[in-house]
Design a binder for this molecule. Structure first.
Ligand SMILES: Cc1cc2nc3c(=O)[nH]c(=O)nc-3n(C[C@H](O)[C@H](O)[C@H](O)COP(=O)(O)O)c2cc1C
Ligand code: SF4
Ligand code: SF4
Length: 283
């Protein structure tokens, strides 16, 4: 089996999980190629592959606008020649509400002749709102590694399931899709603090939307931001101020390798949901 994976990832969480999933799938005989979803870049199309893995981070209980736009780039399939797709997502919380994020990608894929076979969900530390402890990040990673073992086998067997999403969750996700319209406006107001910015250009390099240009040694933000937080997260001097979202800014990479949080140390935010997720994943 040969798979092609397309991954949109703002701060690297989704990419990290997807790489681990494909690595594990290799042990079941699955070959794969992974491409980043970046504005202005066209990766190879899925002809000649047996299926697609489509990875994204959950943004306001939805898939990011950039991923939905990317789906439109996929060539339409001939009638009766459906290609299987597995959606894989990472989210900051293990909430069922996040299941709603697969609805729109699946609908758009169906219109183009693709069939979503299954959805894989992983929990990774927040890149917005607040910073998880590294201990929480380590426990999340342990849980994901367990889930990946199961999911890689499912992938290799061509199986999978899709969660049911009720009317209420669909409605909430629909309303929050306002984020797709709001982010380009909010993102245009991002600024780099003059005193802190060292003009290294990392933010521009990281931005998957090509939304940042470096002018006179300082970043300028355009109007195609999708709120992935890659720029603010990666800035080595924490210079970026994210307008209305500034209070929710998270800066600096997580370490996933150290000691994992015990049940008592599990973050109070969504505590029960995290504990359920960890225990169900066997950690
Ligand atoms: C704008 C924005 C909205 C988010 N909304 C949600 C959400 O609704 N539910 C959730 O569990 N996590 C949410 N998150 C957290 C991310 O999904 C999570 O940290 C993810 O692992 C980031 O992946 P990435 O590094 O590949 O971009 C949000 C993050 C951002 C930046
Ligand atoms: S990453 Fe930070 S320091 Fe580097 S150019 Fe961007 S804002 Fe300035
Ligand atoms: S400007 Fe920053 S938040 Fe917006 S898309 Fe680019 S990296 Fe992501």
């Amino acid at each position: 089996m040969r798979l092609i994976a397309y991954v949109f990832s703002g701060t690297g969480n989704t990419r990290r999980v997807c790489e681990a999933l494909l690595e594990e799938a290799k042990t079941h005989g699955v070959e794969s190629e992974l491409y980043a979803v970046r504005k202005g870049e066209t990766p190879p199309m899925p002809e000649g592959f047996d299926g697609i893995v489509l990875g994204y981070p959950v943004h306001a209980f939805n898939a990011p606008a950039s991923l939905l736009k990317f789906i439109k780039k996929l060539p339409k399939r001939k009638k009766g020649d459906k290609l299987p797709v597995w959606l894989m997502r990472s989210s900051g919380e293990p909430l069922r509400m996040n299941n709603a994020s697969g609805i729109l990608p699946a609908r758009r894929l169906k219109r183009r002749g693709y069939e979503v076979k299954g959805e894989f969900a992983y929990v990774m530390p927040y890149n917005i709102i607040f910073r998880h402890s590294d201990k929480m990040a380590a426990r999340m990673w342990q849980a994901n590694c367990n889930l990946i073992k199961r999911d890689a086998k499912t992938l290799a067997e061509g199986g999978g399931t899709r969660p049911r999403v009720g009317i209420f969750r669909r409605f909430v996700a629909f309303v929050l899709r306002i984020e797709h319209l709001a982010m380009p406006v909010i993102g245009k107001c991002f600024r780099a603090k003059k005193k802190k910015c060292i003009g290294c250009g990392k933010c521009a390099k990281v931005c998957p939307q090509g939304n940042i240009i470096i002018k006179n040694g300082k970043p300028k933000f355009g109007g195609s931001c999708v709120g992935c937080m890659g720029c603010a997260f990666s800035c080595p001097t924490d210079a970026i101020r994210t307008s209305l979202l500034n209070g929710w800014r998270v800066n600096g990479a997580y370490s996933f390798e150290g000691e994992a949080a015990t049940d008592e140390e599990v973050c109070k935010y969504c505590n029960k949901a995290y504990l359920r997720f960890f225990h169900e994943a066997g950690v």
